[in-house]
Design a protein around this ligand. Sequence first.
Ligand code: DQA
Length: 159
Amino acid sequence: MSKPSKKGGQPQVVVLHGPNLNLLGTREPEVYGRTTLAEIDADLRRRGGELGVKVECFQSNLEGALIDRIHEARGKAGALIINAAGYTHTSVVLRDAIVASEVPAIEVHLSNIHAREAFRHVSLLAPVVVGQIVGLGPMGYGLALEAAVKLIRKGAESR
Ligand code: DQA
């Protein structure tokens, strides 16, 4: 794995949100709840501050833009948190980008993808991430951040 470096003196966690997640709050609230993406991101940045990591959040509806952001994290970020949304179930290229980044990644889904349609049961990213957190709504992001910080600390200890 490439060395996670520090930006602004703090290790960095990059949070990636895939397509349609910009509509959280109003998109299928019965499935995804009423919390907006801006609220999720603000909470993550605040918690990051408390945990001593800089959190950068990025949303795109474009596969290539997500890949570019993952490439940017290479050699810089300590961990990735990714909800690739619908790309989870289809994107070989996102999976390849995570592997190429050499940054440990945690996969998050607001809904329990395993309790939904069969096509959502498969994640092409699952085999290349450290772990998955699914079905816990916005709470899942907070838990992922705690896990990311532990991974960063563990990585630092073993170097
Ligand atoms: C999702 C689950 C995906 O199947 C879906 O396409 C999404 C959101 C989730 O967070 O539950 O857009 O990733």
